[in-house]
Design a protein around this ligand. Sequence first.
Ligand code: PEP
Ligand code: MG
Length: 749
Amino acid sequence: MSERTETESRKLLGRLREVLAESSAGQARLDRITHLIASSMGTEVCSIYLFRDEETLELCATEGLNPESVHQTRLRIGEGLVGRVAKTSRIVNTADAPSAKGFRYMPETGEEIFSSFCGVPIQRLGENLGVLVVQSKEARDFSLDETYALEVVAMVLAEMTELGAFLGDNAAMQARHHQSVMFRGGSAQEGAAEGHVWLHEPRVVVTNPIAEDPEVELQRLHEAVDQLRVGVDKMLDGAAGGDKEQLQVLEAYRMFANSKGWMRRMEHDIAGGLSAEAAVEKEQTTARTRMEQVTDAYLRERLHDLDDLSNRLLRILTGQGSETGAELPTDPILIARNIGPAELLEYGRGLKGIVLEEGSVGSHAAIVARALAIPLVIHADRITTEALNGDHIMVDGDHGTVHLRPDETVVTAFRDKIAMQAQAQQRYASIRDKTATTLDGVTIGLHMNAGLMADLPSLDNSGAEGVGLFRTELQFLIRNQMPKRTELAQLYSRVMDAAHGKRVVFRTLDIGSDKVLPYMAPQEEPNPALGWRAIRVGLDKPGVMRMQLQALLRAANGRPLSVMFPFIAQYEEYTKALEEMEKAKERERVLGHPLPETLEVGAMLETPSLGFAPQKFFEEVGFLSIGGNDLKQFFFAADRENERVRRRYDTLNVSFLTFLEGIVNRCNSTSTKTPLSFCGEDAGRPIEALCLAAMGLRTLSMRPASIGPVKSLLRRSNLSEVRQVIVEARERGDQSVRPAVMDYLRGQS
Ligand code: PEP
Ligand code: MG
């Protein structure tokens, strides 16, 4: 870098610091800044445009353009040269602005006499805040040194905008962080929650973007980077011999932490007048901008790594971060880009709601949120940049919407909804100890789905008769390494203790498809949902399944035990799995451990094929549980994870109900009347549950929170009448029985 740049930008920043230190109001401050930049750069014009909303830029201060146009001139993003800078996040530098692509003449500003134009984005960590522009009459290209100085100033302006330094008299300039914003995302767990924002990774706030003494800042940077490198090395040592993927990520971290180019660019920015943290952020901003433009997945990952590393460095430099000293609010709503299941479990049930920028319905975080019954909204784009710790927030998990800093009307409507839900909960509590017996005397067994120790208290609170599905994979998913047999045995034993003799059906490890263990080599499969998953993995690599079966037998320690195998698609898979169980029993017997008093072994029916298995299978299997989530996706060939198709086919579609009825009939036709239950998400939806019961299902297993609503409807219904409505709809040729059933229910109330 030339001497001139260093002194140019440093001098400019030095003067800027003085202006920022003055206690002037927001507008006066902006005016002083534009004046200062124009005179330092030797240009007639300097203007600052800030975003008024996501789409509109507003001229907020100018030196040289018509002062009357301040707060009057507005541009849409992409419009004119200023809009182009904002849209592309790239500098526009031209000696002949009127001939440049996209030029738009704005008569009110009086800018027609200016020929040269240089605009740089005001951005912070991938967030566009505005545009800084200089213009001059003389036709000249601005030099690299000059554009660099402008970039550095824009960086400082971004920091100051973030801090609200330009907040002031004018309503148009109210900082975005004070406005109410609504986000439309996706629903991953229903429920409504009101509370205050708790950022999983609070944004680091840089309060001193300008260096007082570059030497000191350089030293601070070097010390922080040293500390960072030591930290990364330690992580690498800790991970040695462990998972290959994790090692690869850490190696990439180390590479970046030692990257000379990265270091040189930050040193350059400090020499240009920025503080150490502002220099780190400037690099991070560049990386984020690139990230948005890069489509190559590998490269994006690497840029992500660099972003994470910059965050660590910022935390070291500022002493901020996860341990900011901020107090968790009493009603925290967690906001994060994404979060792992283990981290989510650490927060536990204390959370009122969760909003993620990324995530998916089938992600592990979603599974945990569902298990904890915490409303979860995913794909809330940019919420981590909009929300501040402590902001008032309302989460509507039913519709996938989030209201940040909501205004009065939203607050009132939302609270009404929460109050109605609370009232309903009270009603459900009053029938907790009653059976789910319909008006015509049919009793349906309502059980709950679980997967964590933390779920067990719900067994009593919800009035569930038992645990109809215990998803054992959660224990595998939330760890960084394969759990040990003794660990699992202890856990299963505690689950049985907590169930106080109520039946718990343990499902053996169901991995693959969307559930990928962090410590198992990922499989490159063209279609994982149809791939190597669940029992297929268990039978091909029986080591883990054997270990798990032994852990279950040992945990039972003589008590009754129920185990089912997931995703059985044909008879032989069941017999093979059963053989494994026999072997496990034999091993336990030889070792002198007591065997369960009774052992029920069942299968999950999750593929249509099993519905057509030989009669012998239905005779032999201990019990069957319909995994409706998977069964439905295969029945309709519609991916349960794909937002585009997952709601396309109704569970109450006549074909699906008829198929289920067929399975009921097959179970009822055996000599033992094979016990059958349904444990997919649909069991927890009252109308669906009612129709399942009408089709002959007598046991349903669902999320604990659904037991009240389902029981309430069943107790008010006449099952044979509902069945009649369904039969008539089918005879009429209706596609789904839903409209007819809804009509009937409306007539009843
Ligand atoms: C199902 O498929 O319905 C089921 C209960 O299993 P999971 O949702 O865990 O795949
Ligand atoms: Mg399933």
